[in-house]
Design a protein around this ligand. Structure first.
Ligand code: GLN
Length: 554
């Protein structure tokens, strides 16, 4: 039987519950245990697929095509357990399922209520990922304790330990211990209150993970332990990490959280073995080069909107021992100020995915700049579509070329709607979603990066390259280096003669890990390191000849 860990959060939102849960999962896996992770989200949307990245950050897509919360990205980056549709449930999904059952007559004669019908449904979602092969299920409850929305979830996890036995469940509460400058001390009262709220509904947390900017003193720990009714060794300090999120597991290990969990749940664990993660920290701390990458998108000010992309760039930096400075650039700003002023100092340009027309022309301009200046470029999804538009207009000479998503009247709809998308009217869950196979062209940059010709990558889009233009573009040296295995859908394009210009219709960022960077991101960052070195050499050369005024400048 699987053991269960429930992670809740208190005091404020954005405490990093996802990262903490993922770190716990990673540590337990590194103790030889099989872990499966899950997030329960209290919002009413059926999934985050229709939410704005401004509100909710990126939508993270799984192999099976489910559109999920971005915390699942942390889970996949930190752990190896497979994530599926059963790894993320929302209030919307829970109610939808209960209401469907009611319509089918499954509750005939009964009044359908939050307790027990909704809570039973939540419990069945938790049980779904528990099986004989899984040692531990980690379930993170979204939101903050005290929110109206999260109450049914908290009630369900309270009941869960009654159902399967207290000894099989562990409740971890993530809380904030703020430092009050005026008083010159850490304050434990918000933690006491938030634990108080949990206890009111019948949950006594077993472990408190305390987010703090300063170290907890013995006094602080004693006070928290006493007032919150936990043993002092269960007060775990998680100090803010300015350097890297990949340090989080190490601070939990320092507090022996893994050992505490293993003992409390009597898990058949092995000694902790963190060699791969120690190696990655070592690489992060000792870079051999420094490069900067511009990410030209629509949501530059919102870091969570491109979370997996920033992470994947970092992973490639780790692989190549390069410290990568990532600069988000608002594509509309390029429209206003031109690419030269904004992009001339970068070693690589990445144009991410997106929806809607705002900022499109700035993305097209950025891609043109990368193509003409031989700057490494990675285009992703909408980024690829913009690369096709740019190529059509400026290389193939097709005036007015566009995507039919943005210009229904374009004389050259080089990106157009997939046939099976033509009749779809619902917005939620109806795109081309999830893992799809692709075949790579031997000898292409993509095939070289992947080290093979068969790949599987995750998709999330409605529009595709319009095959009518295939031959015409090929004649202008556009390379279709990846297609669906039947050759019908274009998955990757490159430009012959450009040192590194790769744009993909899929989202490689969802399959990158800190311990194994994604091949395309790895290739992109490697190209940026080379570009940086050659630019540095060129500018040295220029300075040298500036200092030799007698030499004629050709
Ligand atoms: N808006 C484009 C489409 O639907 C691109 C989507 C994306 O970048 N994820 O095809």
């Amino acid at each position: 039987m699987s053991k269960h860990i429930f992670v809740t959060g208190g005091v404020v939102s954005s405490l990093g519950k996802g990262l903490t849960s993922a770190s716990i999962g990673m540590l337990l896996e590194h103790r030889g245990l099989t872990v499966r992770m899950q997030k329960l989200d209290p919002y009413i949307n059926v999934d985050p697929g229709t939410m704005s990245p401004y509100q909710h950050g990126e939508v993270y897509v799984l192999d099976d095509g489910s559109e999920t919360d971005l915390d699942l990205g942390h889970y996949e980056r930190f752990t190896d357990g497979q994530l599926t549709r059963n790894s993320n449930y929302t209030t919307g999904q829970i109610y939808q399922s209960v209401i469907n059952k009611e319509r089918r007559g499954e509750f005939l004669g009964k009044t359908v209520q939050v307790i027990p019908h909704i809570t039973n449904e939540i419990k069945s979602c938790i049980s779904k990922i528990a099986d004989d092969e899984t040692d531990v299920v980690i379930t993170e409850i979204g939101g903050t304790v005290g929110d109206i929305e999260s109450q049914p979830f908290l009630e369900a996890i309270r009941q869960y330990s009654l159902d399967i036995g207290k000894e099989n469940c562990l409740y971890i509460h993530l809380t904030l211990v703020p430092y009050l400058k005026a008083a010159g001390e850490l304050k434990t009262k918000p933690t006491q209150h938030s634990v108080g709220q949990l206890r009111e509904i019948g949950i006594q947390p077993d472990v408190l993970v305390c987010r703090t900017e300063r170290s907890l003193s013995v006094d602080d720990r004693e006070k928290i332990a006493l007032f919150c009714n936990v043993p002092i060794r269960a007060v775990i300090e998680e100090k803010d990490k300015d350097f890297s999120i990949y340090e989080v597991p190490f601070s939990l290990v320092e507090n022996e959280l893994d050992e505490l969990i293993v003992r409390r749940l009597t898990l058949p664990a092995e000694p902790l073995e963190l060699e791969d993660w120690q190696d990655l920290m070592q690489r992060l701390r000792n870079p051999r080069s420094e490069i900067s990458i511009a990410v030209v998108g629509k949501y530059a000010a919102h870091r969570d909107a491109y979370k997996s992309i920033y992470e994947a760039i970092d992973h490639a930096g780790i692989a190549h021992r390069s410290q990568v400075r990532i600069q988000p650039i608002q594509s509309e700003q390029i429209e206003a100020e031109g690419p030269e002023r904004l992009l001339s100092t970068y070693d690589g340009i990445l144009v991410p995915g997106g929806f809607g027309e705002r900022g499109i022309e700035g993305k097209v301009e950025a891609i043109r700049y990368a193509r003409e200046r031989s700057i490494p470029l990675l285009g992703i999804c909408l980024g690829m579509q913009c690369a096709v538009i740019e190529f059509a207009r400026n290389v193939a000479g097709l005036k007015g070329a566009h995507s039919s998503e943005f210009d229904k009247e374009s004389p050259h709809p080089v990106i157009c709607l997939l046939d099976d998308q033509q009749t779809i009217t619902d917005k939620g869950g109806t795109m081309r979603l999830g893992a799809q196979p692709a075949a790579l062209e031997p000898g292409s940059i993509a095939a070289e990066c992947y080290g093979g010709q068969e790949i599987s990558e995750r998709h999330r889009h409605r529009y595709e390259f319009n095959n009518v233009y295939r031959q015409q573009f090929e004649a202008h040296d556009l390379v279709f280096s990846g297609t669906s295995p039947d050759g019908k859908l274009v998955e990757i394009i490159e430009i012959a003669g450009h040192p590194w210009f790769v744009a993909a219709q899929f989202h490689p960022e969802f399959k990158s890990k800190p311990t194994s960077a994604h091949p395309l991101f790895s290739g992109f960052v490697e190209a940026a390191v080379t570009y940086h070195a050659s630019r540095a050499a060129r500018s040295q050369e220029a300075t040298r000849s500036d200092n030799q005024p007698w030499k004629s400048k050709s």
